[in-house]
Design a protein around this ligand. Structure first.
Ligand SMILES: Cc1cc2nc3c(=O)[nH]c(=O)nc-3n(C[C@H](O)[C@H](O)[C@H](O)COP(=O)(O)OP(=O)(O)OC[C@H]3O[C@@H](n4cnc5c(N)ncnc54)[C@H](O)[C@@H]3O)c2cc1C
Length: 373
């Protein structure tokens, strides 16, 4: 383990455990805010911000080390996911596309742990040929109307990056991105949606009714939302699942330990080849995905990373992470199925990786497209 990974691992061990699936929304929000402050003090929110904007400007390999350490040290997958949405889909697009005034207004609050960010792109009528959230020019600004769905962090968020179009016939590539504050008039969030996993994270719809913002709230250019979204996804698809890598390692080490101790018919189950072979597969899965992610981080550091490779790693990590938790659960027998074992909640969370930041199918479509199909 590198010193960075080690310090992230030690820090993550002190983060709060995952709340119960049906935890009260106010309590979840309180826990999120508390953890946000701790993560900011640790330096998590500045690690990927360029030095000229007051960040630490870590390399992609260093960022990966930190994220793997976090995932190994902390099984609160929902918290790590919520942090990922804030880091990759909010802080990064602002740091890369924000005007000096926007960076000055938003980055200090987002990196100090004071503000929580959310990225509002998905719509209920996800007809990509005609996004339904609209904006019109209004005096010296813009008025936005529409409804967004499945927005991570929304119930707790202070700032939203909202995608809207001035003309649905422009299609998804014609959207624009806006910085909308929770305190702006006309924006409301729905209830924290009950969901399969990632229990500490909050997610809801976001309704915008005549939300009027000044011109300075446009992020990037008019009709330039695709660049903002591409920037967010290039970070998010590379890193949002990276803590799962640490969890895969943790599950492998734990499986070895359990297989040595658990005896059936007088023998440790680790002596049974069907058990040891499962653990060998877990190890292979972990080191294979780790190698792929590290290669991507290195390629990104030298600016040679293709989007097909990003999609490939996101896809592999999502599918392998889910299988790893399923294997861990099966290896622990009946106990593995019990909540007390702490495996089922991470298995539920890992399934989300097949959907968010673009489904597994969407990653395959993008890979095939880049291959010329
Ligand atoms: C935990 C979680 C957190 C999320 N957080 C956010 C967030 O913060 N912000 C945000 O904007 N969104 C968020 N989302 C939404 C997420 O990005 C979308 O759910 C996801 O991109 C899929 O879009 P959809 O739900 O509209 O599915 P659909 O596009 O309706 O897809 C339905 C099915 O059709 C398949 N499909 C669709 N198109 C194709 C194709 N061309 N080829 C093959 N198969 C296809 C899909 O793979 C899927 O199996 C989140 C979702 C989850 C589960």
């Amino acid at each position: 383990m590198s010193p960075l990974q080690e310090s992230a691992f030690e820090f993550a061990r002190r983060l709060p455990p995952s709340p119960a699936p049906a935890a009260d929304a106010r309590e979840k929000q309180r826990l999120l805010r508390e953890a946000w402050k701790a993560c900011a003090d640790f330096g998590l929110f500045t690690m990927a911000v360029p030095r000229e904007l007051g960040g630490d400007g870590f390399s992609n390999v260093e960022i990966l080390d930190v994220l793997e350490g976090l995932g190994e040290g902390c099984s609160n997958d929902g918290l790590l996911f919520a942090i990922g949405a804030h880091l990759w889909a909010v802080i990064q697009p602002i740091a890369r596309f924000g005007t000096p005034a926007q960076c000055e207004r938003y980055l200090p609050s987002l990196t100090s742990g004071e503000w929580i960010g959310a990225h509002a792109k998905t719509e209920s009528e996800n007809d990509s040929a005609a996004p339904s959230t609209r904006f019109v020019e209004a005096g010296d600004g813009y008025t936005i109307d529409g409804l967004k769905m499945f927005v991570t962090n929304a119930p707790a968020a202070d700032l939203f990056i909202v995608f809207a179009t001035r003309d649905p016939s422009l299609g998804p590539n014609g959207a624009s991105a806006f910085l909308v504050e929770a305190a702006d008039s006309g924006i409301t969030t729905g209830r924290d949606e009950p969901k399969l996993g990632l229990d500490a994270s909050m997610l809801s719809s976001v309704a915008l009714r005549d939300v009027t913002v000044a011109r300075g709230r446009l992020l990037g250019k008019v009709d330039g939302g695709k660049d903002i979204f591409a920037c967010a996804m290039s970070w998010e698809r590379l890193f949002i699942l990276a803590p799962l890598l640490g969890a895969m390692k943790r599950q492998t080490l734990r499986a070895v330990e359990y297989a040595r101790q658990r005896r059936v018919n007088g023998r440790p189950i680790g002596k049974l080849q069907m058990v040891s072979s499962r653990i060998a597969d877990m190890y292979v899965r972990y080191i294979t995905v780790r190698a792929l992610l590290r290669e991507n981080a290195l390629l990104r550091d030298s600016e040679e990373l293709s989007s097909a490779r990003v999609s490939a790693a996101k896809l592999m990590l999502a599918e392998s992470g889910m299988l790893q938790h399923l294997d861990a659960l099966r290896l622990h027998g009946g106990y593995g199925y019990m909540t007390e074992a702490g495996i089922e909640s991470e298995l539920r969370g890992a399934i989300g990786g097949l959907i968010y930041s673009g489904t597994a199918e969407a990653q395959r479509v993008m890979i095939a497209h880049e291959l010329g199909l």
